[in-house]
Ligand binder design. Structure first.
Ligand code: GCO
Length: 251
């Protein structure tokens, strides 16, 4: 019986929203596992810096700047992307506020960026995966795909939708040997959560509410992403792997 392979050598991986934070960490881990990674963001200058940083670690990496929320931008970028064997739909924003007074612009921005973009980019790369009868899609969902808190209604709706989009993609694309799964980070220290961690009350609540007693780091997410992107997960499909220090397991 051969050991399961976590090797990604020879695979090309696109990670959306990967100029910083979780996306850049996931891209670095996929590269360390042997993949050639394509970084993506709208900001070409920030992307160039991320490419240099990753290349300095020995990674095989390139950049493709396009707006994942814009259908025309995604379709225009598709030829330049080349073969994509692994897609990580990571792009996400947060626009917190009470639903009762939330501007439609804040609702639309979060739903479009965190949910519709995953549909647009997957729709662009999946024909190649179907043709090759092989592919991996990892949608970066959230603890908020299952749990909500006040002022994040748009984000929770988008991430809940992304969980079900993951299952819908599984239903349609698993017959083509494409494994589609989700990663659901809990409270991870990133630019998005910095204001929360800086609030002593919220910081203390998270540490008390999380069995592991700490915030997560982007490094806590990388192993699970490599696993889901690897041959070792060939029979894992439509699953959401939650990485939250146990927060969603307890009351
Ligand atoms: C918040 C946070 C969360 C985290 C993460 C939790 O305002 O509560 O931004 O939404 O970003 O998604 O899983």
């Amino acid at each position: 019986m051969s050991a399961p392979s976590f090797q990604l050598t020879g695979r090309r991986a696109l990670v959306t929203g990967s100029s910083r934070g979780i996306g850049l960490a996931l891209a670095g881990a996929l590269a360390a596992a042997g993949a050639h990674v394509v970084l993506n963001a709208r900001d070409a200058a920030r992307l160039a810096g991320a490419v240099e940083d990753l290349r300095a670690t020995g990674a095989s990496v390139e950049a493709c700047a396009f707006d994942v929320t814009d259908e025309a931008s995604v379709l225009a970028a598709a030829p330049a992307l080349g073969t994509i064997d692994i897609l990580v739909n990571n792009t996400g924003i947060q626009r917190r506020g009470p639903l009762a007074t939330m501007p439609l612009a804040d609702w639309n921005a979060v739903l479009h960026t965190n949910l519709t973009s995953a549909f647009l980019v997957a729709r662009a790369v999946v024909p190649g995966m179907i043709a090759r009868r092989a592919g991996k899609i990892v949608n970066v969902c959230s603890l908020m795909s299952e749990l909500a808190r006040p002022t994040t209604g748009n984000y929770a709706a988008a991430k809940g939708g992304l969980k079900m989009l993951t299952r819908a993609m599984c239903a349609e694309w698993a017959p083509h040997n494409i494994q589609v799964n989700g990663l659901a980070p809990g409270y991870i220290l990133t630019e998005m959560t910095e204001p929360l961690a800086a609030d002593p009350k919220f910081d203390s609540w998270i540490k008390g509410r999380t069995p592991a007693g700490r915030w997560g780091s982007v490094a806590d997410l990388t192993g699970a992403c490599v696993f889901l992107a690897s041959p070792a997960a060939a029979f894992v499909n439509g699953q959401i792997l939650t990485i939250d220090g146990g927060l969603s397991a307890v009351i």
